[in-house]
Design a protein around this ligand. Structure first.
Ligand code: PHE
Length: 341
């Protein structure tokens, strides 16, 4: 009876054909696990008559060996099959997963366009710090303390200092450069600036500027006008500019420049409030007092300067209607400029 049982287990082992990892595990548990069926039967040896004990033991060992051999054979077959499947699903010629590329910010795109236009006529880029001292941002530029013009550019002072501030314009770069370099100077200063303004769809407490400075012997207002006309043509395709008298403490005379966009398109009509003219920048002849403050001989040299904001131009260029979008860095917004250069 017990012999028959072992024999039928051996037969079961030989016939078994598990073909999944799960079925193989069931096989292992049934025949090789810690509570396997062979073990259970081998405990019965005490009920076997003595003269048959040896044969019974041999048969049980045969069953164990059969289970082990079958398990090893099945396992290597299954491993090979799994390997084959995963090799088949690995297609080395398949195209790669596309990486996520950064995109240029619309401010950078606009700024770079402006820079390239001026570089073509010999201006070089000058950059400097955003945390400025009072002298370079205001005093050197003819805006001493308590001068009413400071109200035009109210800014943030660093805590515990009444000398260090966030620069309100990149004119401070011009002041720094003139301090260390004698004319001819022909630079543009792009960069981030700050003013104490309420944040809304139209204004922000941080924005970007490109300012220009040209100082040499004999630089005249006519040079300024031609330079600006060239810029307006290149940047806006405009054929006309208009200079309106204005005031800046560091230039004399001073002007605001408008470009003529016309009213042909709905955008231009709205943007120019129906006049066709869009205000772009402030400019003027560098006040001789500024040259003197910065160690440049105002008897010998003259110069012009101009400064413009980037955000409005970027908004016009790309049809953006809220300045805050430019500072939130929402990638859904920024990705839209991926193909613009
Ligand atoms: N710095 C001025 C501003 O930020 C712009 C400007 C620059 C005007 C140079 C005249 C000359 O408003």
């Amino acid at each position: 009876m017990l012999f028959e049982q072992v024999n039928s287990i051996i037969a079961e082992i030989e016939q078994a054909s598990p073909d999944t990892p799960e079925a193989l595990e069931q096989f292992r548990i049934r025949f090789l696990g810690s509570k396997n069926v062979i073990k259970a039967l081998s405990g019965e040896i005490r009920n076997i008559p003595n003269e048959q004990k040896r044969d019974f033991g041999r048969l049980v060992n045969e069953a164990i060996a059969a289970a082990e051999a079958k398990f090893q054979a099945l396992k290597s077959g299954l491993d090979a099959a799994v390997e084959q499947i995963s090799a088949a699903s690995l297609d080395l010629s398949a195209p790669g997963e596309p990486g996520i590329w950064g995109t240029r910010h619309p401010i950078s795109i606009t700024m770079n366009r402006i820079i390239r236009i001026f570089e073509r006529i010999g201006f070089v880029v000058a950059e400097d710090r955003e945390i400025e001292d009072d002298w370079h941002n205001f005093t050197a530029l003819n805006t001493p303390e308590d001068h009413p013009a400071r109200d035009m550019q109210d800014t943030y002072y660093l805590r515990g200092s009444d000398n260090l501030l966030l620069r309100t314009h990149t004119s401070s770069v011009q002041a720094r450069l003139m301090n260390v370099q004698q004319p001819p100077i022909r630079i543009i200063a792009p960069g981030r600036v700050y003013r104490n303004e309420t944040i809304s769809a139209r204004s922000h407490c941080q924005f970007h500027q490109v300012e220009g400075l040209y100082v040499d012997e004999g630089v005249s207002f006519a040079d300024l006008k031609q330079t600006l006309l060239y810029f307006a043509k290149e940047m806006f395709g405009a054929t006309q500019i208009r200079l309106r008298p204005s005031f800046f403490p560091f230039t004399e005379p001073s002007a605001e420049m408008d470009v003529y966009l016309g009213t042909d398109t709905e955008d231009n009509y709205r943007l120019t409030k129906g006049t066709g003219w869009l205000e772009i920048l402030g400019c003027g002849m560098v006040d001789p007092a500024v040259l003197d403050n910065c160690g440049i001989d105002s008897e010998r040299y003259t110069g012009f300067a101009f400064g413009m904001g980037i955000e409005r131009q970027a908004m016009r260029l790309f049809g953006i209607n809220d300045i805050r979008l430019l500072f939130e860095n929402d990638t859904r917004f920024l990705r839209q400029f991926a193909t613009v250069v």
